[in-house]
Design a protein around this ligand. Structure first.
Ligand code: Z5A
Length: 212
């Protein structure tokens, strides 16, 4: 594969949308302009249908935690096989709004699903496929939720309690420490400062990875 896959991660309200625009701008400035944007769950017709169920439920039927997890992986593999891998093979760079780290944090940390079950499922579905770089926008749940909730209606996951989001946050931090492809951005700072941090990390990484 010739393209690279950069994922943007963080709690709601961390500023992922703004970060994605910053990453695209910096890549463009370095003559990397053939970009494919993805979001998860979603990004293909089937994955978008699953996203709708995951976010909004269906006919008041309770969605079990395991079914939610399986739908996330179904949506992810549709996206990887039908969009991300073909784009990378065609030399495009992919910028992902969330990827598997979200599942590890929300379903593993937040929902507290069994670690062995989660690891087995991940290995079976994804194999060794992972982003080349993940920018994790770190914000405390209180601040992130305040930003996100000031925008209006809450979906199924946004309606979870603060302890749920504290566990998600904790798991994000634990996983970021264990993987050097995950770089942490202090997302509590101003929009300009966050953009500067992303620029520094990305230019440092581009210099090492692709010799800009
Ligand atoms: N989910 C899961 O459980 N498991 C998984 O495996 C995956 C996902 C892949 C996706 O919903 C939901 O699915 C998500 C996790 C779960 N749910 N929750 N809860 P989504 O895609 O609809 O929601 P999101 O990914 O959380 O996006 P978001 O709420 O839009 O967050 P954001 O993109 O990070 O926020 P933003 O739109 O960039 O910024 C939010 C506001 O803050 C906005 O008004 C900005 O202007 C403002 N902002 C941004 N940066 C700053 C700074 N630095 N200072 C001040 N204000 C700022």
């Amino acid at each position: 594969m010739t393209g690279k896959f950069i994922a943007i991660e963080g709690l709601e309200g961390a500023g992922k949308t703004t970060a994605i625009n910053t990453v695209a701008r910096i890549l463009n400035q370095h003559d990397i302009g053939d970009l494919q944007f993805t979001r998860e769950p979603g990004g293909t017709p089937i994955a978008e249908a699953l996203r709708n169920i995951i976010k909004n439920g269906l006919d008041n039927e309770p969605l079990t935690d395991k079914a939610e997890l399986l739908m996330l992986y179904a949506a992810r593999i549709q996206l990887i096989d039908n969009v991300i891998k073909p784009a990378l093979h065609a030399g495009k760079w992919v910028i992902g709004d969330r990827h598997d780290l979200s599942t590890q944090a929300y379903q593993g940390g937040g929902r507290q699903l069994d670690k062995v079950f989660m690891m087995t499922l991940k290995e079976q579905v994804l194999g060794d496929f992972k982003p080349d770089l993940t920018l994790y926008l770190d914000i405390d749940p209180e601040s992130g939720l305040w930003r996100a909730r000031s925008r209006g209606d809450l979906d199924r996951i946004e309606q979870q309690s603060l302890p749920f989001f504290k566990r998600v946050h904790q798991r994000y931090l634990e996983l970021a420490k264990q993987d050097e492809t995950i770089r942490v951005v202090d997302a509590t700072k101003s929009i300009d400062n966050v953009a500067e941090q992303i620029e520094q990390i990305l230019i440092d990484w581009l210099t090492k990875q692709v010799n800009i």
